[in-house]
Write a protein that binds this ligand. Structure first.
Ligand code: ADP
Ligand code: MG
Length: 556
């Protein structure tokens, strides 16, 4: 018996003890290895003279035998020589092992595997015995690799007709806590294949049994067992955009359970620049019920060359676009990459940046050309964009400010900052805004009178976050924002002198009022902005009354 390398043994022990709860991914790993092995054959046929690649000869087959408790994954790929069996299965592959080692050192072995490619050894999560029978392409002999766990493995000659590999798992017996029977059930295996490996380029075949209506006798049924290809092979994201209809994207959205609504927009990206990837992204119509809660988890599905490696890759989306659903497939990502390394992956960062820009320009063109759709989107997710402006000290405001809408006193509907600024009269120096809990309430604010009288438009800020976002933007196209309740409105008027006179004439009255309101207001002054209302509150300095209210209400 040969010994595993120390590092491999450690990984194996972890697999055997199943510290990882998502055991079903072992099948994804074995199928992806089988697919890699066929890829190698394909490459050989492409590069070596006198070799042709007959598509029909290349496939993966999954067979379960309940009596023997075995599950076999066979491929017609390139196979392994005894040396390769020794080197590839006795030591963990270089790619995965390095990442793995770094992580184990940091976190003493718990929760380290994440959702990533853990490779061949993942078979030991469900099997107590693994046999590999392989015949390398062009060789005369086949070999059998066998292991019952961490103690070691054996390699001996075996017989096999054609080149390729059979991986035979002896499925563990059920324990009190865990049942392994499901990995021998056709329907379950088929579902796992569909979930993780639907887009593997080669057919994944299974014997499927069932009942079907008899062709010649109405009302009668017959049993059948036939070989079926379980995976759909060509993923929608590899298809040409021109071949696809809106409906195809909607079906995909629904099949993938990205949401139960009809998506407002899809974005199909086929990038082949600095980084090669395909992506299909969706902007949903409705806010998911948990969207504005802590439970909500952003992210896109991440595939490496057709193989799902992560359900929700959060690093692909900035928080302010967390509502976007969809998937990314890239050939440039390794299957065996840890969650931590992925965060620092240069390719992934490039993809994320690219995606962010695509989403931004999609939203911009929606705002421009499909106003109704955009407003629907905005009512669901506008708040998130405003948080995006405010968060991280405003580093993202340039990306987001053109996507914001606010209600306009003049237009009586939502307008963008650009629309506001482009129709400002020449003498108007500021972008005016008013805060309040509703449009009706702001309409009745005395503070809006003078500005409105001047013929200037006022943006109504009705959500808590609005004013914080505006403060961060500070200036739009060189125009500063100004609250209608700020001390100095920047409007020249005769009212100014008049107010000063009144302040002087009624000095005693103002002093008396101030005494009575002591501790409640800072000062009482004649106002230059009131027309039909007798009195209003205003603030001095940076914070408006509304912001003060919110800040005071916040827990410390
Ligand atoms: P990785 O796939 O990342 O290399 P694995 O642990 O999944 O790591 O597999 C280790 C190695 O074993 C593979 O790189 C490959 O050389 C070999 N191997 C595994 N399964 C097969 C197979 N079905 N056919 C040929 N080679 C295989
Ligand atoms: Mg692998």
């Amino acid at each position: 018996m040969q010994q595993f390398k120390a590092e491999s043994k450690r990984l194996l022990e972890m697999m055997i003890n199943s510290i990882y709860t998502q055991r079903e991914i072992f099948l994804r790993e074995l199928i992806s290895n089988a697919s890699d092995a066929i890829d190698k054959m394909y490459y050989k046929a492409l590069t070596e003279e006198g070799l042709t690649f007959n598509k029909e000869d290349y496939f993966i087959k999954i067979t379960a035998d309940k009596d023997k408790r075995t599950l076999t994954i066979s491929d017609t790929g390139i196979g392994m020589t005894p040396e390769e069996l020794e080197n590839n299965l006795g030591v963990i592959a270089k790619s995965g092992s390095l990442a793995f080692k770094k992580e184990t050192e940091q976190k003493d072995g718990h929760n380290i595997i994440g959702q990533f490619g853990v490779g061949f050894y993942s078979a030991f999560m469900v099997a107590d015995e693994v046999t590999v029978i392989s015949k390398a392409w062009g060789a005369n002999e086949a070999y059998r690799w066998h292991s019952e766990g961490a103690e070691g493995y054996t390699i001996e000659p075996a017989s096999k007709e054609t080149a390729g590999t059979d991986i035979i798992l002896h499925i563990k017996a059920n324990t009190e806590e865990d049942s392994y029977d499901e990995y021998l059930e056709t329907y379950r295996l088929r579902a796992i294949v569909k979930k993780y490996s639907d887009f593997i380029r080669y057919p994944i075949k299974m014997e499927i049994s069932g009942q079907r209506p008899k062709a010649d006798a109405e009302g009668e049924f017959e049993s059948y067992t036939e070989e079926q290809t379980v995976n759909s092979m060509v993923p929608i994201w590899r298809k040409n955009k021109s071949e696809l209809k809106d409906e195809d994207y909607e079906n995909f959205y629904f099949e993938k359970r990205y949401g139960f609504d009809k998506p407002l927009k899809h974005i199909h990206i086929s990038a082949d620049g600095a980084v090669v990837y395909n992506a299909i992204l969706f902007i949903p119509e409705n806010t998911p019920f948990d969207y504005y809660t802590k439970e909500f988890e952003k992210g896109l599905e991440l595939y490496s060359n057709g193989v799902l490696i992560m359900d929700k890759c959060g690093d692909l989306l900035p928080d302010y676009f967390s509502f976007v659903k969809g998937m990314v497939d890239s050939e440039d990502l390794s299957l065996n990459i840890s969650r931590e390394l992925l965060q620092h992956d240069r390719q992934l960062k490039l993809i994320a940046k690219n995606i962010k820009n695509k989403i931004k320009s999609q939203l911009q063109s929606m705002l421009k050309d499909e106003r109704d759709s955009y407003e629907k989107f905005y009512s669901a997710f506008g708040r998130q964009l405003k948080f995006g402006v405010y968060n991280d000290y405003g580093v993202n405001k340039d990306d987001l400010q053109d996507l914001l809408l606010f209600y306009s006193s003049k237009e009586r509907k939502l307008v963008s900052l650009n629309e506001y600024v482009s129709r400002m009269p020449e003498d108007q120096k500021f972008i005016y805004y008013a805060t309040g809990s509703s449009i009706e309430r702001i309409d009745r604010l005395p503070q809006t009178e003078l500005v409105s009288d001047k013929g200037y438009e006022i943006l109504y800020l009705t959500e808590d976050i609005d004013e914080f976002a505006i403060k961060i933007i500070a200036k739009y196209k060189e125009k500063e924002f100004k609250s209608v309740s700020s001390g100095d409105l920047g409007i020249e008027s005769d009212a100014e002198d008049q107010a000063a006179d009144e302040q002087q004439d009624s000095k005693e009255l103002f002093e008396r009022m101030q005494q009575l309101l002591d501790g409640k207001v800072k000062s009482v002054k004649a106002s230059k902005r009131l027309k039909s209302h007798p009195v209003c509150l205003s603030s001095e300095g940076e914070l408006t009354i509304e912001m003060e209210k919110i800040l005071n209400a916040m827990p410390n």
